[in-house]
Design a protein around this ligand. Structure first.
Ligand SMILES: CC(C)(COP(=O)(O)OP(=O)(O)OC[C@H]1O[C@@H](n2cnc3c(N)ncnc32)[C@H](O)[C@@H]1OP(=O)(O)O)[C@@H](O)C(=O)NCCC(=O)NCCS
Length: 156
């Protein structure tokens, strides 16, 4: 059986590979420059998972403002899905947010994105509401989800 995925900190030299996955996964992707600018902020942090050959296969980016955390981005290369990589990335982001004083974590997800909604539900997130026409390319509602770190983290 394959060992469980292990997440590490995202580094500057990962960002070309991250932007490559991002462009293949999202219809409205962040550029490499967007990742650089986001990660330059002290309130933002990124994590990565590498495949067996050492090539990055997944990443997540989160932020904290006061006591509120947010998951800003999460993606796993299509060929590496369904093996717990997304779950491992969410877990390490929640640990980082908790250590930074977050009591509650929020995120937005396309309302049709069943895989992402499934992975977030498994981590303990619950639906909070809908933001009408929040996304472009194509236009779509966002489902807002939240997790109370004191009570809701499914791993605790
Ligand atoms: C969402 C995503 C990150 C999940 O990554 P992953 O590594 O495949 O997720 P995991 O293997 O950890 O799956 C964990 C759980 O999520 C749920 N899940 C995963 N894929 C699913 C799917 N296609 N449909 C429904 N539920 C799914 C399941 O509950 C799964 O648990 P299980 O394996 O015990 O059934 C990945 O599908 C992805 O990169 N999608 C495109 C980018 C994206 O949508 N990002 C989120 C933006 S908000």
């Amino acid at each position: 059986m394959a060992p469980p995925p292990v997440a590490r900190q995202l580094r500057a030299d990962d960002l070309s590979r991250v932007a490559e996955i991002e462009a293949g996964v999202f219809s409205d992707p962040w550029s490499k420059r967007s990742f650089e600018e986001m990660l330059a902020q002290d309130t933002v942090h990124g994590f990565a998972v590498d495949g067996e050959d050492g090539l990055l296969i997944g990443y997540g980016v989160c932020s904290v403002v006061a006591d509120e955390g947010e998951i800003l981005n999460l993606a796993v290369e299509p060929g590496a899905r369904g093996r717990g990589v997304g779950t491992a990335l969410i877990a390490v982001m929640l640990d980082w947010l908790r250590a930074r004083g977050s009591g509650r974590v929020f995120l937005e997800v396309r309302s049709s994105n069943e895989a992402a909604i499934g992975v977030y539900r498994k981590a303990g997130f619950v639906p909070l509401g809908t933001r009408r026409s929040y996304y472009r390319h194509p236009r779509e509602d966002a489902l807002t989800m939240t997790l109370d770190l004191a009570f809701g983290d499914a791993r605790k």
